[in-house]
Design a protein around this ligand. Structure first.
Ligand SMILES: Cc1cc2nc3c(=O)[nH]c(=O)nc-3n(C[C@H](O)[C@H](O)[C@H](O)COP(=O)(O)OP(=O)(O)OC[C@H]3O[C@@H](n4cnc5c(N)ncnc54)[C@H](O)[C@@H]3O)c2cc1C
Length: 318
């Protein structure tokens, strides 16, 4: 029997990879139409924007070893114009997820709305979706989305998820006919703008002038329910203010709302109920961000392997 993993972001994939090392197969179910999660990239002809995570740090320990593997495979590369030591997905942040998805059984367009156990195995369902049986189940999605799935099975796990809340982030993608001269490759903490980056300064991207502008948590919360067209204009104005100059009319402008962008109040541990064989991981379990998400998935995978491997001797796990 396989392990079911809800969510094919960095955390879910790290869990699947750790299980695979012990010969345990998994099926990842992701509601997205394509790979990415919070490492998403929008591509339009010769334009591209990494509109979620911007870069990763090499980290240390087991994560550093995994990052070296990603570098050797050409999945990430240094971003010399970026923050010190920054690495980016190649040729897009989403590529790091795409490459890992190719090595696993991942189903996209699979929104999990219910998880059920008959005492022996887990089954999951959602619109047009019915998957299982699974020997164990992992919920690797943002805390707010994990809590309702967990609540029917393990109240204390659901409570842990409900207490780890996320802050939102409005993100604007803008393209310009000409390079915005005189600006660095990235700006941070300039008024409402928490981060802005010239996407085409990252390696492997095209030459077209594409900027990603991300608002801080407070501004994003204040404008959470505002229409995206309005937010796009407002945040572009904030960007011009941060640059201290006029910005020409963009040739493309689009806003994306990340309702659950970055967690705060992280727990410091993954969740695993050995009696139910139900676990949860994600960046809300272990900080920081991409590294924490990966470490949480790898750690949960290790605990599941330790629980399932003795059963395989008896033939319960294939
Ligand atoms: C705007 C922004 C900027 C960021 N910048 C950085 C940065 O520069 N550096 C950094 O290290 N980190 C950054 N982060 C954080 C980083 O992206 C996350 O910490 C990390 O990607 C979390 O990985 P995850 O696997 O826990 O979650 P996710 O990437 O969110 O993956 C969860 C997956 O679950 C799927 N899913 C959700 N609900 C369901 C469901 N019910 N059924 C099926 N599938 C479901 C989603 O589609 C998604 O693919 C940023 C995040 C955002 C949003």
């Amino acid at each position: 029997m396989k392990v079911g993993i809800v969510g094919a972001g960095i955390a879910g994939l790290a869990c699947a990879e750790r299980l695979r090392r012990d010969g345990i197969a998994s099926v990842l179910l992701d509601k997205g139409k394509r790979p990415g999660g919070r490492l998403s990239t929008l591509r339009l002809d010769d334009l591209a924007w990494d509109f979620g995570a911007q870069y990763l740090n090499p980290g240390d320990g087991a994560f550093a070893a995994e990052v070296r593997r990603w570098r050797e495979r050409g999945w990430v590369a240094p971003w010399p114009a970026g923050p010190q030591g920054a690495l980016v997905g190649m040729p897009a942040m989403a590529s790091l997820i795409e490459a890992q998805c190719e090595e696993h059984d991942v189903r996209f367009g699979a929104t999990v709305q219910r998880i059920e156990s008959d005492g022996l195995a887990w089954h999951v369902s959602g619109p047009g979706l019915c998957e299982g049986p699974f020997a164990a189940l992992v919920v690797a999605i943002p805390a707010e989305q994990a809590a309702p799935l967990l609540s029917l099975h393990d109240l204390s796990m659901a409570r842990e998820a409900a207490s780890a809340q996320s802050q939102p982030c409005w993100t604007v993608m803008a393209a310009f006919a000409e390079p915005l001269a005189g600006l660095p490759a990235f700006l941070r903490d300039a008024g409402a703008v928490a981060w802005a980056a010239r996407n085409n300064s990252k390696p492997g991207r095209g030459a077209a002038e594409c900027w990603v502008i991300q608002a801080g948590a407070q501004w994003s919360r204040q404008h959470l329910e505002a229409p995206r067209e309005e937010v796009a204009d407002l945040l572009l104005d904030q960007f011009a203010g941060a640059c201290g100059r006029d910005v020409p009319a963009p040739t493309f402008l689009k806003a994306h709302r990340w309702r659950f962008a970055l967690p705060y109040g992280e727990r410091g541990a993954v969740l695993w109920n050995p009696a139910l064989r139900l676990g949860a991981c994600g960046d809300w379990c272990l900080p920081p961000q991409i590294e924490g998400a990966w470490r949480s998935g790898a750690e949960l995978g290790e605990r599941i392997a330790a629980a399932l491997l003795p059963l395989r001797v008896g033939g319960a796990v294939g």
